[in-house]
Design a protein around this ligand. Structure first.
Ligand code: DX5
Ligand code: ZN
Length: 230
């Protein structure tokens, strides 16, 4: 995974047809997405349950590019090896998920994956200031995690600006997750984000048998973000 700051669209398969994940992953890649975002929820850290390492392993052969695994689970450490073995390229843990996030990030890189750290809307940017040399990605939650289709929280745009300044020239992606669409994507792109997760705004109107709307949605979000970058 070479590092660059170009805009990358990462559809969240939380909005896909759960009965057809493999074909959905292949469809969004064929329609031009950059990464595939996989939301792992345990019903404890967040009030919803999705899937685990076995599902990640099953969809891996259907993803040619980057499998971006977002862990909304607590604890995290007992499961890192399983997600790495399942083929996750990026494993992101929440800074709020436990007392030993430094050890968690070490374990993610130790398992051979890129390490990401996610911040809930209520968590300040400063909470990761002493961890930036241990991560490849910072994920700013622009919704309270647990569900797709929620409204974008505008107060988080300033946090993106703060993180962009804190990161400087270091090769660290800024990922935005929650409520991203052609209206909100320019706000976070202008503030310094490069990876844009989008579930409902990408999968809307399309299907495996009619994937063209996926491509239209991806291109529209990317164009809006790139235009804001100038
Ligand atoms: C929410 C997840 C997001 C979500 C995004 O907890 O982490 O990835 O699926 O979905 P939309 O784009 O519909 O808000
Ligand atoms: Zn997510």
């Amino acid at each position: 995974m070479a590092f660059d700051r170009s805009i990358k669209i990462a559809p969240s398969i939380l909005a896909a047809d759960f009965a057809n994940f493999g074909a959905e992953c292949a469809a969004i890649e064929a329609q031009g997405c950059d990464w595939v975002h996989v939301d792992v929820m345990d019903g404890h850290f967040v009030p919803n349950i999705t899937f685990g390492p076995a599902t990640c392993k099953a969809i891996r052969p259907h993803i040619k590019g980057v499998m971006d695994v977002h862990l909304m689970i607590a604890p995290v450490d007992p499961y890192i090896e399983a997600f790495a073995e399942a083929g996750a390229d990026v494993i992101t843990a929440h800074v709020e998920a436990g007392a030993h996030i430094h050890r968690t990030l070490q374990a993610i890189r130790g398992a051979g994956a890129k390490a990401g750290i996610a911040l809930n809307p209520g968590t300040p940017a400063e909470s990761v200031s002493c961890l930036l040399d241990m991560v490849d990605l910072v994920c700013v939650m622009t919704v309270n995690p647990g569900f797709g289709g929620q409204k974008f929280i505008h107060s988080q745009v300033d946090k993106v600006r703060q993180l962009r300044a804190m990161i400087g020239d270091r090769p660290i992606h800024i990922e935005i997750d929650g409520g991203v669409d052609p209206v909100t994507a320019p706000l976070v792109a202008a503030a310094g984000a490069d990876v844009l997760v989008a579930g409902s705004a990408v999968f809307r109107g399309g299907s495996v048998s009619d994937p063209a709307p996926y491509g239209d949605n991806i291109r529209t979000i990317r164009a809006a973000a790139e235009a804001a970058r100038g």
